[in-house]
Design a binder for this molecule. Structure first.
Ligand code: FCA
Length: 330
């Protein structure tokens, strides 16, 4: 009997061991994925850097993944599940992947929240059940537009001789809203709507901005003074480079981007000013640190992130970029 009992106890003990071992493994650090659409873009590098800081401060493991297309996104989600991650933050290469991302996360029992670009469902409406952190796109675009016009006035440019190049990436809602905000602010401040010309871009990098801007600027040789707006710094910089190619330099161009990551400050650090006049500085800390941290709270405490968080931006130029970037880094 005793032996039997012992045997039973031993058996139970032996059975319990591997299970305990499994538990212990699972009790290790929580793993959280951070998937971005364009890992080569400075903005996303900064988001990752801040998310990594959150991982360090809060004691979880961050898994960074770059995914430039839908296939890679879905594979990334499966891989995260295989690595026993519990959730992920994502800026998807196409918001229309929303339903597929939501389902793949659900099947794998992973929590998901989006950052920067809001995921949309089959009817084109945002998927409300995926918490989102984005920028207040319209207000930030308006700030870019009004700051550009203020600078044009400071330079004494007669307003009806100014063209506005709107680098357009309208298939992405946040991009459409940003440049719509700029457009509205310019028109409200007295700029003739007919002077605003659209240059649709195929990619949201500097090359995409350049390729879109060149032919449009060439078609308007009458306008020799330009304001350039677009969804991000890279795009606007492409427009500024295209204008330079046509002999329009710093005194003929006022480009105002959005982002304030490496692209803008590399331009401001140049000894001679270029047509890249300013950028609306966003907070990669709020988009990287706060999202990853919110995901950690969701996983470990069951605290669901706010359904939508919209962050603001401040105008940054050659005159204040050092202070502003130092404050963001602090
Ligand atoms: C979008 C843009 C990025 C960046 C981010 C905040 O994802 O593509 O360049 O502006 O929003």
């Amino acid at each position: 009997m005793v032996i039997g009992r012992r045997g039973l106890l031993l058996g139970a003990g032996a059975l319990a061991l591997p299970a305990l071992g499994g538990c212990r493994q699972r009790e290790g650090k929580v793993r959280i994925g951070f998937i971005v659409k364009q890992p080569e873009e400075q903005w996303f590098q900064n988001e990752w850097r801040y998310a990594e800081q959150a991982a360090h401060d809060r004691g979880f493991t961050l898994i960074r993944i770059g995914a430039a297309d839908g296939d890679r996104v879905l594979t990334a989600i499966d891989n995260l599940a295989a690595k026993d991650a519990k959730g992920f933050v994502i800026c998807a290469p196409d918001p229309r992947l929303g339903t597929a991302i939501f389902q793949r996360a659900k099947v794998n029992d992973l929590k998901v929240m989006s950052v920067d670009d809001r995921l949309i469902g089959p009817t084109g409406k945002p998927i409300e059940t995926i918490p989102h952190v984005g920028i207040s796109a319209r207000a930030i675009g308006a700030l870019a537009g009004s700051s550009a016009l203020e600078e044009a006035r400071r330079r004494g440019w007669p307003i009806d001789g100014v063209g506005v190049l709107r680098l357009a990436y309208d298939s992405l809602e946040t991009a459409r809203e940003r440049t719509a905000g700029a457009r509205e602010a310019l028109i409200a401040a007295g700029l003739p709507a007919a002077h605003i010309v659209d240059a649709p871009q195929r990619t949201t990098d500097t090359e995409g901005g350049f390729t879109a801007a060149s032919p449009v600027l060439t078609r308007h040789p009458d306008l020799r003074r330009w304001i350039i707006v677009g969804l991000n710094d890279e795009t606007v910089l492409g427009g500024v480079r295209a204008a330079e190619g046509l002999g329009l330099g710093a005194d003929s161009v006022i480009g105002v981007g959005i982002g304030g990551s490496g692209t803008a400050d590399a331009e401001f650090r140049k000894t001679k000013a270029t047509g890249f006049f300013g950028s609306v500085l966003l907070s990669p800390r709020r988009h990287g640190y706060d999202t990853a941290s919110a995901m950690f709270d969701w996983i470990t405490k069951g605290v669901r992130p706010a359904p939508v968080t919209l962050t603001s931006g401040v105008m940054m130029t050659r005159s204040n970029f050092r202070q502003l970037l130092a404050a963001e880094a602090a």
